[in-house]
Design a protein around this ligand. Sequence first.
Ligand SMILES: NC(=O)c1ccc[n+]([C@@H]2O[C@H](COP(=O)([O-])OP(=O)(O)OC[C@H]3O[C@@H](n4cnc5c(N)ncnc54)[C@H](O)[C@@H]3O)[C@@H](O)[C@H]2O)c1
Ligand SMILES: N[C@@H](CC=O)C(=O)O
Length: 497
Amino acid sequence: MKLTNTLSTMLDDPRLFRQHAYVNGKWTHGDGGREETVFDPATGEVIGYIPWLESHQIREAVDAADAAFVHWRALRADERAERLMAWHDLLQAHREDLAIIMTLEQGKPLPDARGEVEYGASFVRWFAEEGKRTFGETIPSHIPNAALGTLKEPVGIAALITPWNFPLAMITRKAAAALAAGCSVVVKPAGETPFSALALAELAERAGIPAGVFNVVLGEPAEVSKILCAEERVKALSFTGSTRVGRLLLEQSAQTVKRVSLELGGNAPFIVGPDMDPKEAAFAAVAAKFQTAGQDCLAANRILVHESIHDEFVEHFAERMAALTVGNGMESEVDLGPLIHRQAVDKAAAIVDDAISRGATLVAGDQTQAPGENFFMPVLLTGVTPQMKVWREENFAPVAGVTAYRDDDEVIEMANDTEYGLAAYVYTHDIRRIWKLLRALEYGMVSVNSVKMTGPPVPFGGVKQSGLGREGGITGIDEYLETKYYCLGALGSVSGS
Ligand SMILES: NC(=O)c1ccc[n+]([C@@H]2O[C@H](COP(=O)([O-])OP(=O)(O)OC[C@H]3O[C@@H](n4cnc5c(N)ncnc54)[C@H](O)[C@@H]3O)[C@@H](O)[C@H]2O)c1
Ligand SMILES: N[C@@H](CC=O)C(=O)O
């Protein structure tokens, strides 16, 4: 198998850069010799190679997780919490190396990558604490002389399949919850960004998380997922990624009736009320649109502005957008890195062409200025309509589509006119309008007058075809817990309790 050491020379701790899968506490190559090359999306240079495991090796990972589950679940919650806190502390201690790995494989600017490491670590801390509070209940008995109640027990092995846009935090938000609940996990990261996942494995091992409890498998995505979904011993599947693949995995998991959590695509509306300062709203909309170069499930895809302030809003938006710097995320002062690969650039260009051909106006976005093959300059389109791809599809690129609306009822209809229902933004200071929109928007998350909405204490997730279940918050751990009801009968003394 080919290996390269360029990336490791950039790290304080070169052992964080691993080019093998991690199964049962061992760094593993693929038995069939298949491998995948991982590129820096900013430069197109090779940053490393990963093996593709064979089917039997994926099953071996499940064997390992199965054996480890017995011991991991038997630990006290506070013992698991200690190891999770050690993992958290190591993530913090190695923040800079983890950020470098992330920027090189994903492309996001280094400060954003540092932010993601913090964000990812915050879930580990949160669930280390929550794992100690998986309380059951006492149920007032309707049966004479019986005591009734519930216990919370780990579901078993959880398969975690994650995307490339947040290569670290999308894993920790799942894995920390599962591990805290007492489950063992098999993680399948995106092939574009495996090295963050493998660095997480290295640090999990150093934190004292036993062999087999945290496994990272690599391979041909459809092949690996099929095996994990078909495996009866895998009791839960948690997937973050596109709605297309989410549907497929839901179908595949039906055969073994798994617990399925899906965090899928978004098509967020960003609604600006007539009372808003257009400049303030435009600056917020730019922030909500262009993070991670628009490759964010929370990205403001459809910007709906009241007709009375539309033109002023567009001017401020264009001005702010023009100030964004596009470049290699390893360089300083860069706001937008590259898109993940050439297909993403082609898709963005097709979405812009489609909008223009259907009557949208291209206000700004000159692709001749792009600093490399995988870069896409921010685009502002006005006059976007429901017939256009930019309205219907999650563009996952720095393409902002603005449209004017007349009144609240119209904007509610526009905002809900999508199969997606992950997040929506509302900018207005009118409390009646806020309440009306908050209740009428068919979204799992609504953020009013704030671009930032996520973090460990909140229930993250969508409705409609944006997913099933919630991650984070006080319910995030429930995705990995079963409720066992007990009835202790013939106790004699408890009647009437
Ligand atoms: N709701 C959320 O919390 C959230 C967070 C981040 C990203 N996302 C979504 O993720 C998508 C972007 O990520 P992506 O392009 O990596 O998504 P994707 O669905 O293409 O891939 C996600 C994962 O599924 C695997 N995969 C791909 N094709 C597969 C197949 N045929 N069978 C089984 N597995 C397969 C990939 O290797 C990867 O690990 C966007 O739609 C975005 O909105 C959602
Ligand atoms: N920004 C999201 C990830 C979506 O792509 C998050 O905070 O989870």
